[in-house]
Design a protein around this ligand. Structure first.
Ligand code: MG
Length: 202
């Protein structure tokens, strides 16, 4: 690409794009609750729909996992190589729905597994836990990001509404966009994200 002094910003989600959240969460729930959940059981990203109980119980379970020692969990396949590739031409800013309460643990994992491969981490908050949050589209616009890579369609719709292009990452049960938007491209894995960005998107 043409080199300029101003590097374009790409926003990248963390959970289930870089960090294996659903598989880690399933393993954690199985260990603590004696269930036999697998990632394929997570057909909704509102986990109360997957394992039952109340929203408060779900929030407590997620918070407990977020505060746990998950340093051994490896990044999504190809994520590290992809971020290293993007670093040549873009500023990558991570934008997560995680609560800022878990900033220290989140940054610990990121620095361990993806050292020096991102410029900043923004904690947007999450509409499901009743705490404060800001739509990712607004955050992307404020960052000047031209593209959001995220596994959750609603975040990409939010980005599109703010004029930010989107990559729908992965082929998970919840990653389905109804009425495909021309500004949202589905990529099943990191190599296809890189191929799209360099061959089609720019
Ligand atoms: Mg995600």
């Amino acid at each position: 690409m043409l080199k300029t002094d101003i590097r374009p910003v790409i926003a990248v989600d963390i959970d289930d794009v870089l960090f294996p959240f659903v598989s880690g969460m399933a393993e954690y729930h199985n260990h603590h609750k004696g269930t036999t959940l697998s990632p394929e059981d997570f057909t909704s990203y509102n986990f109360m729909d997957v394992w039952g109980g109340t929203q408060d119980e779900t929030n407590t379970m997620i918070d407990s996992f977020m505060a746990a020692d998950y340093l051994r969990l490896q990044p999504e396949p190809g994520a590290k190589e992809a971020l290293a590739h993007l670093k040549n031409d873009f500023d990558v800013v991570l934008v997560t729905a995680r609560n800022r309460l878990f900033e220290a643990n989140t940054v610990l994992w990121l620095r361990h597994h993806l050292p020096d491969l991102f410029k900043d981490v923004i904690f947007a908050g999450n509409p499901h836990d009743g705490r404060a949050y800001q739509p990712k589209g607004i955050i992307c616009k404020e960052l000047g990001a031209r593209l959001l890579i995220d596994d959750h369609p609603s975040n990409l719709v939010s980005a599109a509404e703010c004029g930010v292009d989107g990559v729908l990452f992965g082929s998970k049960a919840w990653s389905v966009v109804d009425g495909a938007s021309t500004s949202i491209k589905t990529c099943p894995d990191w190599p296809s994200v890189i191929e799209y960005i360099y061959d089609e998107w720019q």
